[in-house]
Structures are given as C-alpha cells and as structure tokens.
Design a protein around this ligand. Structure first.
Ligand code: ADP
Length: 242
C-alpha cells in the first residue's frame, strides 16, 4: 500500500471516529428525554402487571397484550439509541431518506415535548431513494433539528415550530430543509458557524455543523443555511439519489 493511500485511510478513520464522538455528545444532549421516553412504557408495564386480576381471563389477555406492546416500544427506543452510537464503518447503501428523517423525528420526539417544540415532517410520496450512510445522515438531521429547538427557546411556546421537509431536487438529488422560526443568523454568525468549536451556547461544543457539513460533502452533497430576518433559519442539505 502506498504511503498516500495509507494516509487517506487514516484520515477517513479519524473523520469517522470524530463523527462517532459527536454522535455520543448529541445523544448526551438527548439522554434526559430518552430516559423519559423509556420510563413511560416501563411504568405502564409495571402498573399493568400490578393491576392484573388472575381470575378474569379476558382482562388478563388484554393486559398481556398491552405489556407486550409496551415492551416492544421500549425496545425500539433502545434500538434507535444504539444504532446511533454503534461503532460502524461507513455503509453506503440505497436509502429511503423519508424513513431516515422519520426515525430522527421520533428519536427527538420527547426532547421536542420537553422544549414545547412542534415538528412537522413533510415527505412527498415517491421520493427517490438516495445513496448514503444511514447513521451519518441521521446524525446530520438530528443536529439540525436540535439546533432548531435551541434557536427557538426564547419564543412563546405556541410559536416554536420546526418543519422538516424533503423533496426531489432535479433528477439526481434529494433536498432536505429544516426550517425554524428562531432569530435567524447574523452576518458575523453566518461566516463562522461552520468553524469547528464555534458556538454561542453556554454548553455547546460547536462541532455539530462542521461535522454535518463534512458528512454531507463526503456524500457528494451540499449543506448551507438561509436566514430571513425575524423569520428564522432554514438549513438545507442535498444527497445524491441512488
Ligand atoms: P453547537 O450547537 O454545539 O453550538 P453547532 O456547530 O451545531 O454547535 O452550531 C454552531 C452555532 O451555530 C450555534 O452555537 C449557533 O450560534 C449557530 N446556529 C446553528 N443552528 C442555528 C439555527 N437554526 N438558528 C440560529 N443559530 C444557529
């Protein structure tokens, strides 16, 4: 193997490791709400188990069915969480980006609740499949969604709305837009938000956007913001179709 090739492989390995660390950080941000999301089915299972009356077979059947459903729900939460932090090499494949976005919105669901944000997901029927790495594209969408929640923290709760939408962009790309109603970005911020460690948040790491952009560029797409004064920010990214 040539030294250059070796160097390229090491750079790629570092990039992947960094992306994974950033996912763990993102998951840390979500952990309060994930705990909450797991607690719900567990509490339901417990109270069902305690309430079950052995003499009533019909009731017992229904309770067991409820318990099974809640167990599946809890399992899904753990599954989504694990798939995000698992150490995986890049796995490019043909993907349903609508399903990827749906997963992300579910993952962030109780976080959205805790912060009184509503999320609308708009996926047109027959969206073309894209070619990409599922976990990394989830990471990008999750970063943009959590940033959108953060951006609206000073708005009245009723106005905190994010729209996540996907559409075909020409014949060979799918474009995703994540639109918030936050304060928008100043010129100075626009120039710096993609720099590693640039953050305006007290507990921010400032890695989300720089990693997201490098992930999208590794996919052969683009990631950019558009900001309207007083009307919020929309982050767009494109991914080539499969
Ligand atoms: P972090 O979220 O840890 O600060 P990011 O790289 O994701 O790191 O974001 C960098 C900065 O970009 C944020 O601190 C914030 O100032 C700005 N920013 C990102 N998304 C938005 C948004 N939707 N609206 C307004 N500002 C944003």
């Amino acid at each position: 193997m040539t030294t250059r090739k070796q160097g390229e492989l090491e750079t790629e390995a570092h990039r992947q490791e960094l992306a994974r660390v950033a996912r763990v950080v993102t998951l840390g941000e979500l952990s309060a709400s994930l705990a909450h999301e797991l607690n719900q089915p567990l509490t339901a299972i417990l109270s069902n188990a305690q309430a079950a009356e052995p003499s009533n077979i019909q009731e017992l059947r229904e309770i067991l069915k409820d318990i099974a459903e809640d167990t599946i729900r809890a399992g899904l939460v753990i599954h989504r969480m694990r798939s995000l932090v698992r150490k995986e090499t890049l796995a490019f494949a043909s993907l349903d980006l609508g399903a990827v976005l749906d997963d992300v919105v579910r993952l962030a669901h109780s976080d959205a609740d805790l912060r009184s944000c509503r999320v609308a997901l708009e996926i047109p029927p027959r969206l073309p499949r894209v070619y990409g790495d599922r976990v990394q594209l989830q990471q990008v969408a999750l970063n943009l969604l959590l940033n959108a929640f953060d951006a609206m923290k000073d708005l009245p709760a009723a106005e905190r709305q994010v729209v996540v939408r996907a559409e075909a962009d020409g014949v060979d790309r799918v474009k995703v837009a994540v639109r918030d109603r936050g304060p928008g970005l100043t010129e100075a911020e626009l120039e710096r938000i993609f720099e590693p460690f640039f953050t305006t948040k007290r507990e921010g790491l400032g890695m989300g956007l720089s990693i997201s952009r490098s992930i999208i560029e590794a996919h052969g797409g683009w990631l950019w913001p558009e900001s309207d004064d007083d009307r919020g920010t929309t982050f767009y990214f494109t991914v080539p179709t499969a």
